[in-house]
Design a protein around this ligand. Structure first.
Ligand SMILES: [Zn+2]
Length: 426
């Protein structure tokens, strides 16, 4: 099937200036041309014979990439429920989560869950609709670590937890990653810290040793898989970076030395701003103990923490460290699927990022983080045709990237959603 998208404002995800009157040619699942409308291209490629999509007055951007999500199908908010809920029920619910994501224009995700390993194959074979899934399977967590505070037996957690598995020491970590690969994993996630829930000063909170992290990196590197670390403390972020971990999720505390190391190592930072700030607002946990919280403005601890998180983000952005969109969506009741990813874009804009940079973070940088930049992330010749046609210009307001404004959602050259507004070009 051959398609042309005519006359739209093209924001291609590279950060280049938009092309106002653009032509995009899609042949089967690939983009074979993207750029200005030009007579010689039209003559050479004969777009007259193609299905024509009218994008005049509309904007075309790449499909959104969310680098951190959990398609775990949990309904309850309680940590014990996550383990004890029926796995069949969770699997069924996770199908609806995938559907919600693609209907919000999220065309690719990196997932940390058991279900993702299977959903991936069902999306690939068009049995269900959903984003393309880079599946990590369950993430690695140590004994007594982030997921191990429910009081349930370790055996039960390892059998039934929807998005994490407990393993310790070099040998277990190696074996665990190899098992995940056997199940079809494309990436590795580790919890290098807790989430401040341990009520210990977070800047020293460390869950895996340097050696354990290095082995995880080595195993991922053997078969060229991306690796992601949940890091909430300065010390551990530095340890993870030194061990060779490229993608830092949350990065809740950063200092100058840490920022310098991130810059040197070409790190990709995934701030999960929206979820972190909401978490604070809804007061799910106590604020972690922080040494220098008083250095930030605010009348209450919550306000100070809010400003500290935004300040963190700003410092990373000002250093020109790469930032990717990662929503940490984990259950429909708290973080609605798809909507939360788009809200992460809005939160990044609200925290001071330029709107063009937000789009690049949500597309090109995301593809790089998950090891997919050869295939997706920009609208360029040779890439897979994952793109969105938006009613209004997102460079005027990032909130224009919303499901209501999406006239067309295309994944692999296929229409997931297409309004009459932009089909049947005359
Ligand atoms: Zn997460």
């Amino acid at each position: 099937m051959k398609k042309v998208i005519i006359g739209g404002r093209l924001i291609d995800g590279t950060g280049r200036n938009p092309v106002d009157n653009s032509l995009i040619i899609v042949e089967n699942e690939y983009i074979t041309y993207a750029g200005e409308i030009n007579e010689s291209v039209i003559a050479e490629k004969c777009p007259d014979q193609y299905e024509k999509i009218d994008a005049r007055g509309l904007t075309v951007i790449p499909g959104i990439i969310d680098c951190h999500i959990h398609l775990c199908g949990i309904l309850g908010k309680d940590v014990r429920d996550w383990v004890l809920e029926s796995k069949t029920q969770q699997a069924i619910v996770s199908v609806t989560e995938a559907e919600r994501l693609i209907n919000c224009g999220i065309t690719t995700v990196c997932d940390v869950s058991q279900n993702g390993l299977y959903l991936k194959k069902l999306v690939q074979t068009s049995k269900i609709v959903g984003p393309r899934i880079i599946a990590c399977g369950r993430g690695l967590c140590r004994l007594g670590g982030y997921i191990d505070f429910s009081g349930l037996p370790v055996e039960a957690i390892n059998e039934l937890h929807p998005w994490a598995v407990i393993c310790d020491g070099v040998a277990e970590i190696r074996k665990c990653i190899r098992k995940l690969v056997r199940e079809g994993a494309d990436g590795v996630k580790i919890w290098a810290t807790s989430s401040g829930v341990a009520k210990r000063p977070t800047d020293t909170d460390q869950h895996y040793s340097y050696e354990e992290m290095q082995i995880a990196v080595e195993e991922a590197e053997f078969i060229k898989m991306p690796i992601f670390a949940h890091c909430k403390s300065i010390q551990v972020t530095k340890t993870a970076l030194s061990a060779g971990i490229k993608n830092i999720i949350h990065g809740g505390e950063l200092d100058e030395e840490c920022l310098e190391l991130m810059k040197q190592k070409n790190t990709i930072f995934m701030p999960t701003l929206k979820t972190t700030l909401d978490w604070l607002e809804y007061n799910y946990d106590e604020i972690p103990l922080r040494k220098n919280l008083n250095a930030y403005p605010g009348a209450t601890i919550e306000e100070k923490e809010y400003n500290r998180i935004k300040n963190n983000f700003k410092k990373v952005y000002e250093r020109e460290i790469k930032i990717a969109v990662a929503s940490d969506t984990f259950c429909q009741a708290v973080t609605p699927y798809g909507v939360t990813t788009l809200q992460e874009l809005y939160a990044m804009a609200d925290a001071g990022m330029s709107l063009m940079d937000v789009i690049v973070s949500a597309t090109k940088i995301g593809a790089e983080a998950i090891g997919m930049s050869q295939f997706i992330g920009t609208i360029e010749q040779g890439k897979l045709a994952d793109l969105l046609i938006i009613e209004k210009n997102p460079l005027e307001d990032i909130r224009h990237i919303s499901p209501e404004n999406m006239s067309l959602i295309m994944q692999n050259g296929q229409h997931i959603k297409s309004d009459e507004r932009c089909i049947d070009y005359e």
